[in-house]
Design a protein. Structure first.
Length: 364
């Protein structure tokens, strides 16, 4: 009986898949499978980057035409290296200060011409989780503080913050989950972590664990590099009391890409990704996708960076289409108001303001 069942299954599989593979050779299959695949290097498994990448993989999936492969990354500095050199990586998520830091260090010649951005994403918050005996950031002077992977954005930002504040910590490089356990055991004083709130590695903590979020002041030279932010009970209900807040800093996350020439397959692949990403952006801003998507403005400019040409072209086309539709709507509005009358330029300007108010009211 078992042999009969197996024979039927084999026959069924052969009938379904056999003709397909018989008609399509190995090279054709390889070309089809790889042609629409976009490799996206993100961050660690507890961070926001990987969740953003997973959302993109889910929403933008179009079978063989477009398939996003999220990759666990080793941080912003390594992600830039991967975008430049690692086969299979088309796009990466990095911190917005990475390009300036690497340019200053002259690690990769002409980096500002080789790396572009597709869009600025959201702001990432600087988390500083400390043991109960540490009350201010200055208390970390001379103490062991986890800064994560030396090739990561967290390490880069943590080093920058402590240098600016003149605090000399003893850096250690641990996985964030391991670092939390070492704080509880009293083996290190704190861990520094850059991630969009709420960060999963922090949401599971409570004051009963003997840890707390340490404030990072928005002061002095830090104002030239970072943005002010804060944590509330809505972000971390077990660490921040209701009605209170913990001040911190934030840095932007960026979707970066190699500056491919327009006549290459890699350019066309990224161009296809951009078309799907921008067209389906509204879906990414709805639940159950990560709440950080609601902070993203696709058209936001990013100082110090150059936008990838295909992204610029898509945004310009959309702007033209919106303006064209608005002009047509205004002309219809004028026709309704005129009754055959010709309006002067001043009258048209006044009517245009009324038209904009009308559009705003009808959109609500």
């Amino acid at each position: 009986m078992m042999r009969c069942v197996l024979a039927v299954l084999v026959l069924a599989v052969t009938m379904v898949s056999g003709p397909v593979f018989a008609q399509e050779g190995e090279e054709a299959i390889s070309a089809r499978v790889n042609g629409g695949t976009v490799g996206l290097v993100s961050g660690g498994i507890t961070g926001t980057y990987i969740q953003i990448a997973a959302d993109l993989a889910s929403v933008l999936d179009e079978g063989d035409d477009l398939r996003i492969l999220p990759m666990v990354g080793r941080g912003s500095v390594q992600n830039v290296t991967d975008i430049l050199y690692l086969k299979g990586v088309d796009i990466g998520i990095v911190q917005s200060d990475t390009l300036a830091v690497l340019k200053k260090q002259s690690i990769y010649p002409g980096l500002e011409r080789r790396i572009n951005y597709i869009t600025k994403l959201y702001n990432e918050e600087l988390h500083l989780v400390a043991g109960g005996n540490i009350r201010t950031i200055k208390d970390l002077d001379g103490k062991k503080v986890n800064l994560g992977n030396p090739g990561g954005g967290t390490y880069m930002t943590g080093t920058t913050v402590f240098d600016i504040l003149g605090i000399k910590v003893e850096p250690v490089s641990l996985d964030q989950a391991v670092a939390i356990e070492k704080i509880k055991a009293g083996e290190i004083a704190a861990t520094f972590y850059v991630a969009g709130k709420p960060a999963s590695v922090v949401t599971g903590l409570s004051a009963q664990d003997g840890v707390h979020l340490l404030p990072i002041p928005f002061s002095g030279a830090l104002r030239n590099v970072y943005l002010p932010s804060s944590f509330s009970a809505e972000d971390y209900p077990n660490l921040v009391p209701q009605g209170e807040r913990v001040d911190t800093l934030a840095i932007g996350a960026v979707m970066a890409v190699f500056n491919w020439k327009s006549d290459t397959d890699r350019f066309r692949k990224v161009e296809r990704f951009i078309g799907a990403f921008f067209s389906k952006f509204d879906e990414l801003q709805r639940s159950p996708r990560h709440p950080k998507w609601r902070e993203v403005n696709l058209a936001a400019d990013l100082p110090g960076w150059t936008r990838f040409p295909a992204a610029t072209a898509w945004l310009e086309k959309r702007k033209t289409n919106v303006q064209s539709a608005m002009r047509q709507d205004f002309q219809n509005f004028l026709n309704q108001q005129s009754g055959g009358k010709t309006f002067s330029a001043a009258e048209q300007e006044a009517l245009f303001r009324q038209f904009l108010q009308w559009r705003q009211q009808t959109a609500q």
